[in-house]
Design a protein around this ligand. Structure first.
Ligand SMILES: *Cc1c(COP(=O)(O)O)cnc(C)c1O
Length: 385
């Protein structure tokens, strides 16, 4: 069986060492030493000064909306995970969808301005699959209309934009460290902002609104994370460069093996150091996508339709027609991508897809078909980035 993703797990002994230290201290949660250590090491790894480790990526979005004091309408993308829209509604605001760009699948800045009304207070955009939005265009529109910008950067761990962590952009960026993400702490997430006041506000919100043992500055909630999750993060952070490297090799291998497939891939931003968070394939039509999905499932290979359906069709939002998003959502499939996949797994997956569409296999001697991770090395110089 090949699932769409498998969580990375460190050596159990490494995790046990941290667990033993937790047992000795008997300090399980409430800003413990491992949570502090993880925050410090994340800052160092990402070369970023301000972040807060929180319980998940959804509450991170809620903190961002609440800390900015947003109300009214928030412009957002219909092509994302449902949490992006839910967090807006949960915080009492109204999501107003703006269609996506047909090449990048990110919110289309050219369509943002026509969606602005006197009630608009912010733009909440997702860097889909870890590929940055048009950050400059979005910021320029936001500045002109005095709107706040929040980025849902849940897919972005390890992505660099213009030599800085992608988490540095927008008024607030958020991410998820859920087990399905490439860097994970089982459950977890973070908020990032360069504004010290916002950071302080969110730190207080995360801890019931405490600003001292017996005083409360505002309405808070419980958005903390615990020592066990931080321990997983500390183990996984040691391995992150290897994880990122492996995903890059696997992606290049896919691109090469699927060179005869009539499909498109998202256009990656030019100023990008990419993290290869997903391997999305946009089929030419929906029928072909379903045919491949079925053929793969017959071989016990499971893909996911990230992101289907278009969030603009959710039963609890006011309906709006997003033609590009709906078309992409109907035809896209994310292929399996995780660190323990081998080139022979990829050979099988790509063979099933190509066969399902009656395309010829690339000739056997063009690409060496073999197993073992080290076989992936030869794909490094391939085009496609
Ligand atoms: C995973 C994800 C989230 C939610 O993160 P959780 O940690 O699972 O709450 C939000 N937005 C996007 C785009 C995601 O992929």
């Amino acid at each position: 069986m090949i699932p769409v993703t498998k969580p990375f797990l460190p050596k159990i002994g490494e995790f046990e060492e941290y667990v033993n230290s937790i047992w000795e201290r008997k300090w399980l949660t409430n800003n413990g030493p491992l949570v502090n250590e993880l925050e410090l090491k994340l800052k160092k790894y990402l070369n970023i000064n301000h972040l807060l480790y929180v319980s998940n990526g959804t509450i991170a979005l809620q903190f961002a909306i609440k800390a900015l004091g947003l109300s009214g309408e928030i412009l957002t993308t219909p092509f994302s995970f449902v949490a992006t829209t839910n967090s807006i509604i949960w915080e009492g605001c109204t999501p107003v969808f703006v269609d996506i760009d047909a090449e990048t699948f990110n919110i289309d800045p050219q369509k943002i301005e026509q969606a602005i009304t006197p009630k608009t207070t912010a733009i909440l955009a997702t860097h889909v699959y870890g590929n940055p939005c048009n950050i400059e265009a979005i910021q320029e529109i936001a500045d002109r209309h005095s709107l706040k910008v929040i980025y849902d950067a849940a897919h972005c761990f390890g992505t660099m934009y213009k030599n800085r962590s992608i988490f540095e952009y927008g008024d607030i960026s958020t991410t998820s460290f859920h087990a399905t993400k490439l860097f994970h702490t089982i459950e977890g997430g973070a908020v990032f902002t360069k504004n010290p006041e916002l950071l302080k506000k969110m730190a207080s919100m995360r801890n019931f609104g405490h600003d001292g043992p017996d005083s409360f500055s505002e309405v808070g909630i419980n958005g903390k994370n615990c020592e066990f999750h931080a321990a997983m993060g500390l183990c996984n952070l040691k391995q992150i460069d290897e994880i990122l490297d492996k995903r890059r090799l696997l992606s290049f291998y896919y691109w090469r093996k699927l060179s005869n497939l009539q499909a498109k891939y998202p256009k990656l931003n030019e100023s990008l150091d990419y993290n290869y968070a997903y391997f999305p394939v946009l089929f030419d039509d929906e029928k072909l996508m379903h045919k491949c999905l079925k053929a793969l499932e017959n071989e016990k290979i499971y893909c996911r339709r990230y992101f289907y359906p278009s969030l603009s069709t959710l039963p609890f939002v006011s309906p709006s027609h997003m033609p590009i998003c709906e078309s992409v959502a109907n035809r896209i499939l994310c292929l399996p991508l995780y660190h323990t996949l081998t080139s022979s797994d990829l050979d099988l997956i790509t063979r099933v897809i190509l066969r399902a569409q009656n395309y010829d296999l690339p000739s056997e001697n063009e690409v060496e078909l073999n197993d073992g991770n080290n076989k992936l090395e030869f794909v490094q110089d391939l085009p496609g980035k």
